[in-house]
Design a protein around this ligand. Sequence first.
Ligand code: NAD
Length: 246
Amino acid sequence: MMFQDKVAVVTGASRGIGRAIALALANQGAKLVLSARSLAALDDTLAAVKAAGAEAVPVAADVSIEADARSLVAAAVENFGRVDILVNNAGITRDTLLLRMSEQDWDTVLDTNLKGAFFCTKAATKFMSKQRFGRVINISSVVGEMGNAGQANYCASKAGLIGLTKSNARELARRNVTVNAITPGFIATDMTEALPEKKREELTQQIPLGRLGSVDDIAESVVFLASDRAAYITGQVLGINGGMYM
Ligand code: NAD
């Protein structure tokens, strides 16, 4: 049990990668604040986390609204007395070619993926700094490193998250708060399930390890970065992409 007495906030915990992260932290004894935009969406994750023996509180929050982001951290502090681990996982896509991309397509994606992480980190690290302990893990994307046609908004948000990670890592290191990013490649989730079969096959051909990643591939790395084993790692970008980008 790596996280007994540790409290984690996971955004976008209702499904996919966020759900797997919540469960992996629960399996290591963490107490959890689970967040998604609606409470009903969290039922399944909440049941799984409780079945693993963890204490958990579900909170409906839109991370792109600062008051909501603050309420997540407040839920951790009010229910469990502290906040040790923040996983900024909530993310969306609004893919289209640049010339068709509306201002709203741009703003919605940047507001959720980048501003949301800024708001949650600002709220959580206020407490982490006082505690002299914290782990912030930002779920970016391989396309934030390499770009992707039709995803200018998404790639910009994920590249921005890497800059946010490094700046926050420098700023918070003296308080023993580490900040790292994970850049998943193509992971089998609802997000990639939405792609046409032919597109998925083309993508798989670009991956040296010859398969899409699993949500557990990402969750295990979050557990590592949140653990004492990663105490001397900060400001880093961990690519988990089957070798598709090196
Ligand atoms: P998903 O669509 O299955 O889940 C996204 C989660 O984010 C949901 O719980 C949703 O409720 C939540 N969410 C969306 N907007 C929100 C908002 N404004 N406020 C709060 N919560 C919000 O996605 P996924 O595939 O599990 O991806 C999770 C993260 O990993 C995302 O940040 C995504 O960009 C990133 N990622 C995914 C892949 C992939 O292949 N699936 C690859 C690279 C990076």
